[in-house]
Write a protein that binds this ligand. Structure first.
Ligand code: ZN
Length: 429
């Protein structure tokens, strides 16, 4: 393969130790970060008036649920799931999932996310969409057995099929994790199997834990333990576990999470929209628990713009604590970048602008009324910018969007494919 180099020059890098200068990319890697001076590369991007930050990492998505965007809002979680989401999901096929994932990928490129951690069904179709879009992703088949042995066998078989077909594919951009859906939808046997499999094959585990008060109550009644204590009794907690939500936590559970090195995906917009509650992120980050950010599915958000998650996360903690100093701008930006990378066990590959790391980078255009005067970049990125300010997206050394023009996918085609898939799905309801 012919080598390809990209030089981004005259750029400000608020999250890096080199605050201003240039970045040279060769193939998939960052080759140099330093002062301006060099002028030659296959592609030269002038970063004047823009800031360069690591590509954002969205650690909890259900990409295909973009097809359900807007079909049911302002409803209690039970009604939302039972009357709207599950009846539609019952008719899903691989083509729907592919179309929805492609739409999600397009939206992520538009808004500066270069890596996601996705749990859903027909995951080989999600892998296909991620592969075509040029993005990076950790995918898992969401396993639900509700204590039924036959279901368990099928879920394990499907997980194995996805591992065999998709793990370490797309030039290494796609890896597979294990996805036991939640402590209340999986049997003890399935949870134990997930731990064993993770240990054997060095795979991550991605799971919903303690999203609602009702869930904690249910787990307490059936196991006499709170969700994280129950999972610990099965040996499930470890530094390879990414727990989504973690809203309702006791102090003992916070200690357990810290001791076991469990990583969290905080999804503030989804938690607020479904009125699930407020996760104690201030306490968790104070004791150095790794907390990353996720949008959750587009049915409960309703978009995949991680900039909205960044702003919401910090505002929600400030009002919850009645303290404007908590979760400052730098910390919440780290949650969306380097802590996201840590949450996926990928901190050696992505999450910062450093020599030797994968070239997953985004340029944000600061030449806009709401980002003027240019004084404090970190503040602008958190409190005033939105995904639509993202100008250029590079993932694995490939330019997926430049000057707000999507190069990786055909915008018109993806939208029409998604509209058709959503129509087809809703007609089957
Ligand atoms: Zn979820």
């Amino acid at each position: 393969m012919e080598s390809q180099s990209i030089l981004i020059k005259n750029v400000t890098m608020p999250l890096s130790s080199t605050k201003r200068g240039s970045v040279l990319i060769e193939n998939d890697l960052i080759l140099e970060v330093g002062r301006d001076g060099r002028d030659h590369a296959d592609v030269v991007i002038d970063g004047e008036g823009k800031v360069l930050i690591p590509g954002l990492v969205n650690t909890h998505t259900h990409l295909s649920m973009t097809l359900f965007r807007g079909i049911a809002d302002d409803l209690p979680l039970g009604t939302w799931l039972e009357d709207y989401i599950w009846p539609v999901e019952a008719h899903l096929d691989g083509e729907h999932c592919y179309a929805g994932a492609l739409l999600g990928a397009l939206e992520m490129i538009r808004t500066g996310t270069t890596c996601c951690s996705d749990m859903y069904f027909f995951m080989d179709e999600i892998a296909r969409a991620l592969d075509e879009s040029g993005l990076r992703g950790v995918i898992c088949h969401g396993m639900i057995d509700t204590g039924i042995e036959e279901k368990r066998k099928n879920e394990i078989k499907e997980t194995q099929r996805i591992i065999d077909k998709c793990h370490n594919t797309a030039e290494g951009r796609i890896t597979v994790a294990l996805g036991p859906h939640a402590p209340y939808t999986c049997s003890e046997e399935l949870l134990r199997w997930s731990r064993e499999k993770a240990d054997q094959e060095g795979l991550q585990i991605h799971m919903h834990v303690s999203e609602t008060k009702d869930e904690v109550q249910n787990v307490l009644e059936s196991t006499q333990r709170r969700p994280f204590e129950y999972l610990d009794s099965l040996g499930l907690l470890g530094d390879d576990l990414l727990a989504a939500h973690g809203v309702w936590l006791s102090n003992d559970e916070i200690s357990l999470i810290k001791e076991r090195g469990v990583k969290l995906s905080h999804c503030p917009v989804s938690n607020m929209k479904l009125a699930s509650g407020i996760s104690p992120i201030t306490e968790l980050t104070r004791c150095d628990v790794c907390v990353s950010l996720g949008t959750d599915g587009a049915a409960s958000n309703n978009n995949l713009d991680l900039f909205q998650e960044i702003k919401t996360a910090t505002l929600l903690q400030k009002i919850n604590q009645m303290d404007p100093t908590v979760l400052p701008a730098r910390k919440v930006l780290e949650m969306a970048t380097v802590d996201g990378a840590r949450a996926l066990g990928m901190e050696n590959q992505i999450g910062t602008i450093e020599v030797g790391k994968k070239a997953d980078l985004i340029l944000v255009d600061m030449n806009a009324p709401h980002l003027t005067p240019p004084g404090n970049h970190m503040s602008h990125l958190v409190y005033s910018a939105g995904g639509s300010d993202v100008d250029t997206v590079i993932c694995n050394g490939k330019i997926l969007m430049q000057n707000k023009e999507i190069l990786a996918l055909d915008h018109v085609e993806v939208l029409s494919l998604a509209r058709e898939a959503a129509d087809d799905l809703l007609q089957r309801r």
